[in-house]
Design a protein around this ligand. Structure first.
Ligand SMILES: C[S@@+](CC[C@H](N)C(=O)[O-])C[C@H]1O[C@@H](n2cnc3c(N)ncnc32)[C@H](O)[C@@H]1O
Length: 263
């Protein structure tokens, strides 16, 4: 049995490895290094979270009681205004003039406008919600000579209609409480279920962007999920977000990470 302890005046961490074959490195020093690193990281993470805890926006518990897949939604049900600066950062992270762009989740069309401002060669939008999809034709009138097309579908159901892209902006949300639990609570990050598909749909050198609930760094599990499919990524922090305490969104401090993943 191997034990490790780390004590702070406000908490105590203890780790007990019951099986001596577990973490069977060639040398003991290597095993010790793994164990010490694990405990040290957990200790430091708790101190970081303690420093951040009071900065969290109160918000409310996420209850999906609307028909997100088909119903008519208020703007704030789709995306609250405080996220608008993030849409700009996401578009600018991956779209360059002349790019073939795939946008997953049109919502209020705000990111779509930021994408159009960057003059892509083509802009394919996937949107499942009937009401939002019906508004696309009106939105498109602002861009009469542009190659902008909508696929009215769940992204999971239209993969055979897609090509390959230089840029993918992925911004959907869970459509039900069950999907919230599976993709946000249990998975390393909401977009994890899209990474393998994104890798298939990107041209070599193409880039994917998405948001994560982590706000100051990525977990090791999240980074490992990215490295399963991609060779590199970069992060940018959008700070000083104007998030009301009454936000309906779930878990935010006043900054968010935008991730750019390159194939
Ligand atoms: C947060 S909103 C996107 C906001 C958008 N970026 C904007 O700037 O307004 C998420 C959108 O993704 C759509 N969506 C959710 N799940 C989807 C799925 N599986 N396939 C296609 N669209 C989906 C929703 O209907 C909603 O319009």
């Amino acid at each position: 049995m191997t034990k490790r302890y780390k004590r702070h005046r406000q908490f105590e961490l203890s780790l007990t490895i019951k099986d001596d074959q577990f973490l069977g490195t060639p040398r003991d020093a290597q095993r010790n290094w793994f164990l010490n690193r694990t405990v040290k990281e957990a200790y430091e993470e708790l101190l970081e979270l303690d420093a951040i805890a009071s900065q969290m926006v109160r918000g409310s518990d996420q209850v999906i009681d609307l028909d997100r897949a088909k119903g008519s939604l208020d703007d704030a049900d789709i995306m609250e205004d405080w996220q608008i600066p993030i849409m700009k950062t996401m578009a600018e992270a991956v779209v360059v003039p002349g790019a073939d762009v795939l946008e997953v989740g049109m919502g209020r069309g705000i990111a779509s406008e930021f994408i159009q401002e960057l003059h892509p060669a083509s802009h394919t939008i996937i949107e499942c919600n009937d009401t939002i999809a019906n508004e696309f034709a009106v939105w498109k009138e602002k861009y009469p000579n542009r190659d902008v097309r909508l696929i009215h579908s769940m992204w999971q159901d239209c993969l055979d209609q897609l090509g390959t892209y230089d840029s993918i902006l992925f911004h959907t949300y869970p459509l039900s409480d069950e999907e919230f639990v599976e993709t946000v609570v249990k998975d390393v990050t909401f977009a994890a279920h899209f990474l393998e598909v994104a890798h298939r749909l990107l041209k070599p050198g193409g880039a994917l962007t998405y948001l994560t609930n982590e706000f100051d760094s990525l977990s090791r599990a999240h980074q490992r999920a990215l490295f399963t499919y991609f060779s590199g990524f970069s992060l940018s922090v959008v700070r000083d977000l104007d998030i009301p305490e009454t936000t309906r969104d779930a878990l935010w401090v006043k900054q968010m990470l935008v991730i750019k993943v390159v194939k």
